[in-house]
Design a protein around this ligand. Sequence first.
Ligand SMILES: O=C(O)CCC(=O)C(=O)O
Length: 241
Amino acid sequence: MKAEVRGQRSEVNSFARDGFAVFEKVISPGQCDALCAELTDLFQTQQASTRNRIGGLRNLLQTSRLVAEVAAGNALKRILRDALGKEGFPVRSIFFDKTPEANWSVAWHQDLHIAVAERIETPGFGPWSVKAGVVHVQPPLEILNRMATVRLHLDDCDSSNGALKVIPGSHAAGVLSDAEVEQWKQREVVICEVPKGGALLMRPLLLHASRAATNPKHRRVLHLEYAIEELPNRLRWFERQ
Ligand SMILES: O=C(O)CCC(=O)C(=O)O
């Protein structure tokens, strides 16, 4: 495997070419602290009530007014308009933390599923699954290709506390087989270090992974997925506001 590069790439141009870009100072330290206070409490309550110590806290656009406000706020709107060429709207939210008690690694993968309000058999959509009680489905490639994910970082995040690793350009290769993922892993890997209040913007199809933190302090991330279109055949985005 090629050496991993630690870095930040912050132009929208690099989003089009590489499938990701890092932005600094997207939200203020005060907004980070307010989100942390609200989400950390909710997350700890969830972790205490389940034996599964990893995973994330989901469906926050519906349960947290603060998350909904930040997700629809001007700072993110501007970044998304430039990146997607249209006004995007948030369709899924997850809060992740890595701590000494909940520290995990994630293997290389693409994000292939969307959350929908109900299962309605539709050409091009499938397979179907249920995660945390919510129906998920793999939509046609064109829909994934028009989406973007914003990972808002609520703590400084570097290679020692579980920064996301990505493979530039992999988003443009469609849905990859296991053998193709192995080939992509031979290419340049970028470790996306993001300061508190910054954001990693990425395409869902970009190959990404993360290591368990070697210096496990909080690594709180609000993961927000955006789309630019309604779904066909009466399918509805689960978290559409
Ligand atoms: O936050 C992480 O470390 C990994 C999250 C992830 O892989 C995902 O959202 O698909």
